[in-house]
Design a binder for this molecule. Sequence first.
Ligand code: ADP
Length: 252
Amino acid sequence: MSHDMRFIEVKNVCKWYNSTNGIVHTLDDISFSVARGEFVSIIGPSGCGKSTLIKLIGDLLEPSAGSIVVDGMTTEEARLKKMFSFVFQNPMLLPWRRVIDNVRLPLEILKREARDPADLLHMVGLSGFENSYPKELSGGMQQRVVLARALTFNPQILLMDEPFAGVDEFNRDALNIELLRIWSETGVTVIFITHSISEAVFLSDKVILLSSRPAKIKDILEINFLPRPRGKSLKESALFQETVKCLREKLE
Ligand code: ADP
């Protein structure tokens, strides 16, 4: 396999936590690789360790066993090179700052070369809302602001932990299409956690299915047979619906 095919390599990763109730085994011998520019979703039962896995990749946690290599580096080296950006379910915007000033925040903290906040807002479809306050925006719009902010330093890897879980279905579909457009425009590699099988199929090149805790890899499905660019009508196709059904059966 070429180097780009193994852009992110998760090798035999285990993770256990020492909690007040004893040791919690979350991930059990997880191995997979992600190609540069790939869109990969992770799906599995609540509490199996999906967030843990994404935090390990982004160097917010350390594995108890196994290793993760990112573009030939340790996760720490990749983090220090600002390769990662996170988008969590909770928008985490500062309520007293205008939209544009929320997007500008990372620039103020880390003075490095970065994308223009107004361009980023345009990219996520929020031109005209620069001077609004977060509370004046819907949940979906707030997540667009977060996405714009996450793209400030042109991250190579976007780690998204159920980013649209709090958004209604109609707006979620629109956000998914926007996200795919941004993904193809920027070439960013995305690792995306979701509870929605349909969302995973719609977005991904590859879906990683985890079992309940301690999570093992149940299956890895390549979704490369669904054509791109993907639009709303794809969801009505028999092929899409068959794929969702097949994935659901595998998860049961
Ligand atoms: P998921 O994202 O799949 O819902 P998580 O990765 O958030 O799962 O959590 C996996 C398991 O690890 C859960 O049982 C959770 O309670 C436990 N866990 C997560 N973080 C910690 C921690 N810091 N200390 C102890 N246990 C934790």
